[in-house]
Design a protein around this ligand. Structure first.
Ligand code: NDP
Length: 274
């Protein structure tokens, strides 16, 4: 029987995961199917159990089920444990379910592919939601010099900084008090989704700064337009992170790391024509 994979979410119609994973499978000559499954908001666990009972090998999980998936895992990686959420489930040979969080690994892979080593870089992380939480450990493990977290609701940034303090140099500074320019500024807020900007002072952007908006779908996000206007050296959107996290999931399931550059190009072309 062909190995079966799926992404679970609600809504799920917009998901690019089937497009990405089918290309990975074709490019690596892996025989598998990958479908999008709309789980009822109050029925994620039974839908997932049915999928695995029917022979499913692995799954991705997206909004709003990442925390529920975390609670259903029998074992998990350190990234997943600290993120408090999983986006990848793997059915092990003994039938148990292992959880991973590949979002942050995908972000780091995209940054490194474009910028080279992150060693010693100063990073400002805007936002303290699920996406922010998932990328902190991978950024610290990539050797960045310093991570500063800032958020509209600053108490959440303070909490995150406290939680990760034992893993590297992590601070939390309220937006109005930020007074340095950073090497890399990552917008993990959902502000761009509504064409808004996080209220961050322009002085955080220097002429050497690389600004990264996790939002994908259009390269000219509100944040990236603003960053360019402040003189940022480079801006990037989250499409590379999306493909990168999928590649990490695929590698966990299939033991083969797919090439991502051509898949990014194909996805961008598909988004531009839709
Ligand atoms: P959450 O809802 O968990 O967190 C949202 C965050 O955005 C909070 O910190 C919130 O601040 C902040 N925020 C929302 N609106 C504004 C605003 N108008 N001004 C300032 N701050 C704001 O969302 P996620 O963390 O799950 O997702 C965040 C973004 O990351 C989304 O755009 C999502 O699409 C993207 N993403 C991209 C991925 C990729 O692969 N490229 C993967 C995962 C996420 P507060 O605490 O004050 O409410």
């Amino acid at each position: 029987m062909t190995d079966r994979y799926a992404v679970f979410g609600n809504p799920i119609g917009h998901s690019k995961s089937p497009f990405i994973h089918r290309l990975f499978a074709r490019n690596t000559a892996q025989a598998l199917t990958y479908e999008a499954i709309l789980a009822p908001v109050d029925g994620f666990a039974p839908a997932l159990q049915r999928f695995f009972a029917e022979g499913g090998k692995g799954a991705n999980v997206t909004v709003p089920f990442k925390e529920q998936a975390f609670a259903l895992c029998d074992s998990m990686s350190e990234e997943a444990r600290l993120a408090g959420a999983v986006n990848t489930l793997i059915r092990q040979a003994d039938g148990s379910i292992r959880g991973e969080n590949t979002d942050g690994l995908g972000l780091v892979a995209d940054l490194e592919a474009n910028l080279g080593s992150l060693t010693g870089k100063t990073v400002l992380l805007l936002g303290a939601g699920g996406a922010a939480r998932g990328c902190i450990l991978p950024l610290l493990n990539a050797g960045i010099g310093e991570l500063c977290i800032t958020n509209r609701t600053q108490s959440k940034a303070d909490m995150l900084a406290g939680q990760f303090a034992g893993h590297g140099k992590v601070t939390a500074i309220a937006m109005p008090e930020l007074n340095l320019a950073y090497d890399i500024i990552i917008n993990s807020t959902s502000a761009s989704l509504s064409n808004e900007l996080p209220p961050v002072p322009a002085r955080v952007v220097g002429s050497h700064s690389v600004c990264y908006d996790m939002m994908y779908g259009k390269e000219t996000t509100a944040f990236n337009l603003w960053a360019k206007a402040q003189g940022a050296a480079q801006v990037m959107d989250g499409l590379g992170m999306l493909v990168g996290q999928a590649a990490k999931s695929f590698a966990l399931w299939r033991g083969i790391e797919p090439e991502t550059a051509t898949v990014q190009q194909a996805l961008r072309a598909s988004l531009a024509s839709s």
